[in-house]
Design a binder for this molecule. Structure first.
Ligand code: DGL
Length: 272
């Protein structure tokens, strides 16, 4: 059976669009409803309870709009909300992000890999358990990047300040011999060219988005929820500034996708 209902995808802002693009490439027949919670970005400085409350309200809004499955296209929200949301919504397939430590460990020849992520992701129990399960004797250097999501949301993708911040975090890792670097936040692929320039050609930069898109494809097929043939699409919603988001999509070469505004009213998403 073909299921034309959309897939709900969300993030704290524009980062999850890097995942949405990978999903569009892997599953072109699917329709995506994307929500960026730009009123509350960055999530990485917030506590788990607050991130879970936002994520749950967003999940409900997406389900009310007819979503057949959800993708938490945010490592920080996945760490705080994936498990509880799966428990609270047992009939909804939910795919989340996790830092791709395993492929980095499989790739390394130097025995040293790096992971960059938000403060909340790095401090969470999920990240600690991934390192414990997959490091297998490899040294995993962990670096939180406070402020980087803000720079990216402000469109500072290749400015001297963003470069200085990244150099401060990445150069010590390169000096310690990493040959793989995991992008543990879905915003970071938006500064991938700058990251690659800093770490150089000998460090493989790993973005888990294509793997997540493949995983979503498997989940939909197993649950008999795939859209099958046909042209899908993406509709974008934000709790922030619509014209700014439209301009950003244009700058990133994404779209033209319809962008709509939503607002938070007493903990729920409503039309403006
Ligand atoms: N894209 C989110 C992530 O993957 C950014 C979190 C934030 O808003 O700080 O972690």
């Amino acid at each position: 059976m073909r299921d034309p209902r959309p897939i709900g995808v969300f993030d704290s802002g524009i980062g999850g669009l890097t995942v949405a693009v990978a999903i569009r490439q892997a599953l072109p027949a699917e329709r995506l409803l994307y929500f960026g919670d730009q009123a509350h970005v960055p999530y990485g400085d917030r506590d788990d309870a607050q991130i879970l409350a936002f994520s749950e309200a967003i999940a409900h809004w997406l389900l009310e709009r007819g979503a057949k499955a959800l993708v938490i296209a945010c490592n920080t929200a996945s760490a705080a909300a994936l498990k509880p949301l799966r428990e609270r919504l047992p009939h909804v397939p939910i795919v989340g992000m996790e830092p791709a430590v395993k492929p980095a460990v499989e790739h390394t020849r130097t025995g040293v890999v790096g992971v960059i992520a938000t403060v909340a992701t790095m401090q969470g129990a999920v990240f600690a358990s991934i390192v414990e399960r997959f490091a297998q004797g490899v040294t995993v250097l962990q670096q939180a990047c406070p402020g980087l999501v803000r720079q990216i949301e402000a469109g500072e993708l290749d400015t001297p300040r963003t470069e200085a911040m990244l150099r401060g975090w990445l150069e010590p890792m390169v000096d310690r011999g990493i040959d793989a670097l995991v992008l543990g936040c879905t915003h970071y692929p938006l500064v991938r060219p700058l990251i690659e320039r800093i770490v150089g050609p000998d460090v493989r930069v790993i973005d888990p988005a294509p793997a997540i898109a493949r995983r979503l494809g498997q989940v939909l097929t197993e649950a008999d929820l795939a859209a099958g043939e046909g042209a899908g699409g993406i509709e974008v919603y934000t709790s922030g500034d619509e014209p700014r988001l439209r301009a950003m999509l244009h700058r990133l070469g994404l779209g033209p996708w319809p962008v709509h505004g939503l607002q938070w009213t007493e903990g729920r998403l409503t039309p403006p």
